[in-house]
Design a protein. Structure first.
Length: 347
């Protein structure tokens, strides 16, 4: 398999294929084109250099047998491997990095796929050298992971109590930073939109409000799935039920939830940020193209994926040691969805 053959299968130019698989650049092509190219790479076991190609052919440079080294990805918090823009971007970064080191991402699946008998059989019959777990997981998935995989790295915003290596950006501290930012703009009545159970972003909201001596009212906690639909339905029901006049800002646990919340606000006849300021966490690509553009906490998704891949390969190559937790910094990205309280002019 050559770059030209991949390009023909994908229906794009050779240069586009080269940019996608040889450069860690999410803007090299559209998401659909990138997905197609990486699917072909996985299906054909295409590898980027002579040494890796020898692995692909099950031979090392001396002509001896050498098995292909592979990894997998588990989307622990998603129903699918494509619907979550945050973890999908991390997974793509992992795939690019392991590929450059002569590995192949053999498969990716969601935690929900394990419940399907056919998928479960495929997973258990196709061993990989290591696995990256994206997002917080429950006890059942933990037992499955321990049983099936020797080398594991976890990536997410919630630190977990486990012996696995962890690559994280602290969602708890990011939440506190979001509330502090809103408070500096003059907001004191701030609602939370997102999941609550075992969610450190929710705990960060509560603790930041407490530290700032701001009121936390039960009706201002909008428990909702962290998705556009969850944000939309939760905020719309909140506005219709309370006809809220006191809340001036919303903190959404992630950008996908914020996207739904913004639409609900507009559908209910309000405006962002004139009536409600909104801040969230992630900084997915869509955030900068919304109207208004979304103020958010940028999580270094590509760097999380790259670091996870490097740690996982190091464990595969050199064996397990004392498990490590590596924390990468976040950054507030100020755009248009927040304003000072003095500018709120709700009617």
């Amino acid at each position: 398999m050559t770059l030209k053959e991949i390009a023909n299968l994908a229906g794009v130019s050779v240069s586009t294929v080269s940019r996608v698989i040889n450069n860690n650049n999410s803007k090299a092509a559209s998401k659909e084109v990138q997905d197609t190219i990486w699917r072909i790479v996985r299906e054909t076991n295409y590898t980027p250099n002579t040494a890796a190609r020898n692995l692909k052919l099950n031979r090392d440079p001396d002509g001896l047998s050498a098995p292909v080294k592979t990894i997998g990805c588990i989307f622990a918090r998603s129903n699918s491997t494509t619907d979550d823009p945050f973890f999908s971007k991390i997974a793509r970064s992992i795939e690019q990095e392991v590929y450059r080191q002569g590995y192949i991402m053999k498969y990716s699946f969601s935690a929900y796929d394990i419940n399907d008998a056919a998928t479960y059989q495929v997973i258990t019959n196709n061993r990989v050298n290591g696995i990256a777990v994206l997002g917080r997981f429950d006890k059942d998935l933990l037992e499955f992971i321990k049983k099936q995989y020797k080398h594991v790295v976890y990536v997410g915003l919630n630190k977990i109590d486990t012996e696995f290596d962890q690559i994280v950006s602290d969602g708890y501290q990011a939440s506190m930073a979001a509330i502090q930012y809103l408070h500096k703009l003059g907001h004191s009545s701030i609602a939370y939109v997102g999941e609550k159970q075992k969610e450190l972003r929710y705990q960060g909201y509560l603790d930041a409000m407490k530290d700032l001596k701001l009121p936390v009212l039960r009706e201002h906690i909008i428990a909702a799935p962290m998705s556009p639909e969850g944000g939309y339905n939760g905020v719309k029901a909140f506005l219709q039920k309370h006809e809220e006049k006191t809340v001036t800002a919303l903190f959404c646990a992630n950008d996908s939830t914020a996207i739904g919340a913004m639409k609900a606000i507009k559908d209910c006849g309000f405006r962002v940020p004139q009536d409600f300021s909104i801040i969230s966490i992630d900084d997915i690509d869509t955030a900068q193209y919304l109207s208004p553009m979304l103020t958010t906490i940028r999580i270094p998704m590509e760097e999380l994926g790259k670091m996870a891949a490097k740690i996982l390969i190091d464990r595969i190559e050199n064996g397990k040691g004392i498990h490590a937790t590596i924390e990468l910094p976040f950054q507030i990205i100020t755009r248009e969805s927040c304003c000072k309280l003095s500018r709120i002019r709700r009617t």
